[in-house]
Design a binder for this molecule. Structure first.
Ligand code: NDP
Length: 334
C-alpha cells in the first residue's frame, strides 16, 4: 500500500467559470479504518456537472462542499482493509469517497458491493449508476414517450443524454440529439441509432430544430437550458412534456440567459417537470433490470471518456463542463 493518500481539495469558490486554481492537491496519511468502516483504494472517480453547483456557497438540494476538504463524489474501488461486517479485502464497491486515492466508508446507505464480472466497475458511475438512472426516470417516468413521438435530447453525447436518447429510441420515438462537434454527431446517428443530430456550435438551435423536427417536439429531455430550451418552447406540440433534468449551459454564468417563448406553455398544455434523481430511489431495481438487459442484448450502446490520473481530476471536470467528453467522463486512479 502507498504511504500517502493524495486528495484533491476545494481551495476556493469560483465566481463564473471554474478553474484549476480553485483546487489543490494535498498529501495526507492513508487513514486506518475504525470499527464499522472499510478502507477503499479508489479505481475510478466520477466528475459530474452538479459538482459545479456544490462549489458555490449556496444551499440547494444539497449542502455546499466544504473548503479545504476532499472534493466529494462518487467512486468505485477495491476494499483494502475492512472492519465492517459483510465486507472483505478484495471486494469491489461503490462509495462516495471523493477525489482521493483512498477513502473510508461505512454502512451509510451509499456503500454497496459491485460485481466486476457483471460489467466494468466504472459503469456504476455511469450507465448502471446515477446518470443512467437519471436518464431512465426522466425519459420513462416523466417524459412518458410513446411510439412515433418526436423526442429531442440536448447534451446527447454525454453521460445522461446518450442513455436518454437510446431509451426513447427503444420505445419507438423519432429521436433527435444535439451535441458539440462533428465526431459526436456522427456517433449519435451511427452507433447510437439516433434519427438525426446537430452540432450546436455550427448551427443555431432554431434553424436546426426547424430542419430536423418539422413536426414539432413532443418530449424534450433538457440537459442544457438556455437557448436550447427557448428554441424548444417555440416548437412544442400539444401536450408536450419538458423534462427539466439540468441546465449545464448556465452553471458557470454569473447572469443566466433569459427564456422568452413561454406563451406556448399555456396554449399547448405543456407539462414542464423538474426532478432530482435521488427522490426516485424506488425505481432503482426496475432501472437496473431494464438497462442492464438492453446492454446485454445489444439494444443499448455505452461510451465512456476516461482521463488518467488523480492529479488530472480538476482538468477532467472542467473539460467535461466545456464539452470535451464523448460519453460519460470518469477519471481512472488505478
Ligand atoms: P455530460 O456528460 O452531458 O457533460 C456535460 C455536457 O454538457 C458537455 O459534454 C457538453 O456537451 C454540454 N455542455 C456544456 N456547456 C454547454 C452549453 N453552453 N450548451 C450546450 N451544451 C453544453 O453530463 P451529464 O450527462 O452528467 O449531465 C447532463 C445534465 O444532467 C446536466 O445538466 C446535469 O446537471 C444533469 N443531471 C441532473 C440530474 C438530476 O437528478 N436532475 C442528475 C444527473 C445529471 P456538448 O459540448 O456535446 O454539447
Amino acid at each position: 500500500m502507498a504511504e500517502t493518500n493524495r486528495q484533491v481539495h476545494l481551495a476556493s469558490r469560483p465566481k463564473g467559470w471554474v478553474s484549476e486554481e480553485n483546487f489543490t492537491l494535498v498529501e495526507a496519511a492513508v487513514p486506518e479504518p475504525a470499527e464499522g468502516q472499510v478502507l477503499i483504494r479508489n479505481h475510478y472517480a466520477s466528475v459530474d456537472p452538479y459538482m459545479r453547483g456544490g462549489m458555490n456557497d449556496v444551499a440547494s438540494y444539497r449542502q455546499p462542499f466544504a473548503l479545504n476538504a476532499t472534493m466529494p463524489g462518487r467512486t468505485v474501488g477495491e476494499v483494502v482493509a475492512s472492519r465492517l461486517d459483510g465486507y472483505r479485502e478484495g471486494d469491489f464497491v461503490f462509495a462516495m469517497t471523493g477525489w482521493a486515492d483512498y477513502g473510508l466508508a461505512s454502512d451509510d446507505g451509499q456503500l454497496r458491493r459491485i460485481d466486476p464480472a457483471q460489467a466494468p466497475i466504472s459503469y456504476h458511475l455511469g450507465v448502471l449508476g446515477m446518470p443512467g438512472m437519471t436518464a431512465y426516470v426522466g425519459t420513462y417516468d416523466l417524459g412518458e414517450p410513446k411510439a412515433g413521438e418526436q423526442f429531442y435530447v440536448s447534451a446527447a453525447a454525454g453521460a445522461v443524454g446518450q442513455v436518454a436518447g437510446q431509451l426513447a429510441r427503444i420505445r419507438g420515438c423519432r429521436v433527435i440529439g444535439s451535441a458539440g462537434g462533428p465526431e459526436k454527431i456522427a456517433w449519435l446517428t451511427g452507433e447510437l441509432g439516433f434519427d438525426g443530430a446537430f452540432d450546436h456550435h455550427a448551427e443555431d438551435y432554431t434553424e436546426a430544430l426547424d430542419r430536423l423536427m418539422p413536426d414539432g417536439i413532443d418530449v424534450y429531455f433538457d440537459n442544457v437550458g438556455g437557448a436550447a430550451l427557448d428554441a424548444v418552447l417555440a416548437r412544442v406540440n400539444m401536450n408536450a412534456r419538458l423534462v427539466e433534468c439540468g441546465m449545464v449551459s448556465q452553471y458557470n454564468l454569473t447572469t443566466p440567459d433569459g427564456i422568452h417563448n413561454i406563451a406556448n406553455i399555456t396554449r399547448n398544455r405543456v407539462r414542464i417537470q423538474g426532478f432530482i434523481v435521488s427522490d426516485h430511489a424506488d425505481r432503482l431495481d426496475a432501472f437496473l433490470d431494464e438497462v442492464s438487459g438492453y446492454l446485454r442484448d445489444g439494444q443499448m450502446h455505452y461510451a465512456e471518456d476516461v482521463v488518467d490520473g488523480l492529479e488530472n481530476t480538476p482538468a477532467a471536470f472542467i473539460g467535461m463542463l466545456k464539452g470535451e467528453n464523448t460519453g460519460k467522463r470518469v477519471v481512472k486512479y488505478v
